[in-house]
Design a protein around this ligand. Structure first.
Ligand code: PEP
Length: 252
């Protein structure tokens, strides 16, 4: 992620089929022809990595996965390792998405290890952090997100964030239709950058911080126009070409 462009990441979650993916990707490529200032990445379910590779190889769209194993290889039934993602040209991987950390009780330590495995393999991690509604209402959101970042800093140092992507995803905003306001997002993005900067200044300068949680064509304009917001991670609206392209068009 050396470019200074803003990044829009599509997270398809567990949606798609060979036919639907082909239609989505064809639509993305068509819509993005006139948007050279926006970097776009699509994170697909594992089985569709070869399809993404064959459709996107000679384009400027990147592709990636939605999770990876913290191990290199071995007796880990059902897991997928970083080198397997690399075999299919993936350059990005989402790590610590709340839909996984909640459902499969993933710890901050596990997430930290996955981040380092990704980096060791030259994959750009898209680390998801964020608080629950109860935590926001209690006013402890910075403490919660701070702890998620500090676990990585404690285990691997601030340089773990060099060239990485962090996506601020308040859990109350994911899939709910209720996005954070630009003010709420900006405040947290500043906190995230400051936290990383106090561990490693140069890593914080090369870190991109995205916002995720019910981004749609309407709220994207305000969110993506904030200098603190380097892009968006988009779930539901990435499954609709027209809405996804409109979000990409909101990048100033
Ligand atoms: C997500 O997948 O992280 C996400 C933000 O989903 P949605 O855009 O549907 O809220």
């Amino acid at each position: 992620t050396t470019s200074s462009n803003k990044i829009v990441v599509a997270n398809w979650k567990m949606h798609g089929s060979l036919a639907l993916n082909q239609a989505l990707i064809t639509g993305y490529l068509h819509g993005l022809q006139s948007l050279p200032q926006t970097d776009v990445v699509v994170c697909v379910p594992y089985p569709y990595l070869p399809q993404a590779q064959s459709l996107l190889s000679s384009t400027r769209l990147g592709w990636g996965a939605q999770n990876l194993a913290k191990y290199e290889q071995g007796a880990y039934t059902g897991e997928v390792g970083a080198s397997m993602l690399q075999d299919f040209g993936a350059r990005y991987v989402i790590i610590g998405h709340s839909e996984r950390s909640t459902a499969y009780c993933e710890s901050d330590e596990n997430i930290a290890e996955k981040m380092m495995v990704a980096k060791r393999h030259g994959l750009t991690p898209i680390l998801c952090v964020g608080e629950t509604l109860l935590e926001r209402e209690a006013g402890v959101m910075e403490r919660v997100v701070g702890k998620q970042l500090e676990t990585i800093i404690r285990l691997f140092g601030g340089e773990a964030f060099a060239g990485a992507i962090v996506s601020y995803e308040p859990i109350w905003a994911i899939g709910t239709g209720l996005a954070a306001t630009a003010e709420q997002a900006v405040a947290m993005h500043q906190f995230i950058r400051d936290t990383v900067a106090s561990a490693d200044k140069s890593a914080s300068a090369s870190l991109k911080i995205l916002y995720g949680g019910s981004v749609n064509p309407q709220n994207a304009v305000q969110l993506l126009n904030q200098k603190e917001i380097d892009g968006a991670l988009v779930g539901r609206c990435s499954l609709d070409v027209e809405q996804f392209i409109k979000i990409c068009q909101a990048v100033p």
